[in-house]
Write a protein that binds this ligand. Sequence first.
Ligand SMILES: [Zn+2]
Length: 698
Amino acid sequence: MRHFSSGLALCFVLASVSACNSDNGSPPAPVAAAPTQRTIIMVWDGLRPDSVNPIDTPNLYALRQQGVGFSDHHSTYPTFTMMNGSSFATGSFPKTSGFYGNTFWTPPQAGAAQPIPVGKSAAGANQDYVDPVFTEDYAVLTTLNDYYGGQLLLVKSLFKTAQDAGLKTLALGKSGAAYIQDLGRGGFFVDENAVLPQSLATELLTAGFALPSNTTFAYPSGTITLAATNGNPTARAGALTFPLPNGVQAKDATDTTQGPPEDASNKYMLGLFTQYILPKKLPDLTLIWFRTPDNTEHAYGPGSANYRKALASQDARLGEVQAALKSNGLDTTTNIIIVSDHAHSNVSGPTRLFPLRAITSSTTVTGGITNAALADIDPVNGYSVSGDVRSADLLTYAGFNAYDGSGCATSAQAGIKADGSAVYAVGTDTSGTLCGTAGRRYQAISASLATPVARFQVPATLPGNGIVIAANGGSDYFYAPDHDATTVANLVRFLQSREEYGAIFVDSRYGAIPGTLTMSSVNLENATRQNKGQPDIVASFNWDSQQLVNGLPGIEFESFQGNRGMHGSFSPIDVHNTLIAFGPAFRSGITIANPTGNVDVAPTVAQLFGLTMSAADGRVLNEALVKPASSSTPSIRASVVNPSAPAAGIVFKSPVDPTGATVDTALTGTYSINLAVKDLTVDNKTYRYFDFAQAVRN
Ligand SMILES: [Zn+2]
């Protein structure tokens, strides 16, 4: 996803300091006997279940063979990192947790003492909250948690549950994703920007370890002094690119040299765990979340050579965890749960409209730019040149007042048609009037309007019936802060008409809108967050679960970000992710075909410690446990949910033409949704799992 620099909310300037108390303290003293078993949850960001094999991931493959494999596991929709981070934290969906990640919008609260959040990013910069905010940043999460009165997550987390029982916890790894596990700062914390609490940071410095260079921003100025040799151990390289004929830089999917751009950062953070925190602190519950292979999939696409290198890298990190457990005598008493937040798809529009194209492989790299070049159509071994959609641009051109706050942008995935022509021209803002910066380039159909628009900055005061879009990737969130029913109905109709969009979910306050399902039908409505962060509409981008790119099935449209890989959609590829469990609490050598989900992980881990999470939406995966809390056999029923009535009379617009002038004459004009679900009933309770949601246009 996007990698925004961000910053720290200094605790002393905020009204609520509940999240800040631990800066000066250690985790609470144990109030219960230490457990006989420890548990490590290791999140492999974006790991597709079809990538677990003896060649690419030998350690993980062996773990699955020896432990429990789950063959029908489900990510929480929208299938984004922070959405699933909140599900791991709480065992719940947004209807219960109240959290909407990755990027969401905090509407100004008229008359409130603090109309919008105010704070810094993890990098110490002022964070913008007028535009939608990217939440993969501990300081942003801290600001938001304070803004929501310590209730960014509305229910008690797994980590807090463990800490209240006297257990020691550690969250380590990816920015934002690790931190949301422990918003109350009751345990040890290491991510790409900070180390908490201060006592741990000081201990690590004393022991001669470098710290993430932004750690200084986590404390009052002068509190933490890094060694002169500290450097920036969590720095990440950028992806290698090559220029398309229009000058836009495309990620070089043919590169075989780079591997995961975050490799050094992961090795460093895992070294803190294996060399110091594990042996010295002996955490009972550990969550390690690395942005591998996800970051490499975004850059180069699932199935690419660098993706496979990323799998190998992450598998080596797993091997290091196992070796550290063994050398500390903890291997037979520690449970290891490997899970991904979501799977991953290649970014592309339909290949009949946008054929895959060959790229002549690079042989040199200079300053991050290779000598690869775009070549002819190659439907089998080619790479995508399409898939990016800017909702704010399409809507603005169609007459809506729409904003996404993303600024002027170009994308290598903006679309090259079968005849070789581009969907979008590249413009240059020579004066700076369009983009705010002279010389910026842009691709926007709305730049051709009488009053040109290319930036889509959210105004401090929205015009009547303004729409704010949190552009997230495989799904976009639409906010209509006036809650005008006609505007919402028109917006829905527009999204249904454009074939880039898939299933559309609308807040049930607007009643039954033809061809839509309610957000409550997929657990996305939260009364506490209505008007305070909950979108009015969540739309998945359209997808094709069969199309191969790089030898792997699954493509989707994405928000205008220029990635080769993306997730967040309601495709069965994005939804079906990876769960593997191994250790003394888990059965051996079995595969569980029952549906399971990321919301089930936290209640199951709580059960391993003899604890319960009564507010969780998920269930304890008893069928995987040596000592189940219940031995009841679940019953499972699959069905398809449809809107009460389809939308009719729609003129469908082709993705090859953002003006809407090119219509799809093959279709008659009806739009509906197939939402495929499985209901698992056990011990008189029913849990619903979502397999996919598909737009049906006829
Ligand atoms: Zn991602």
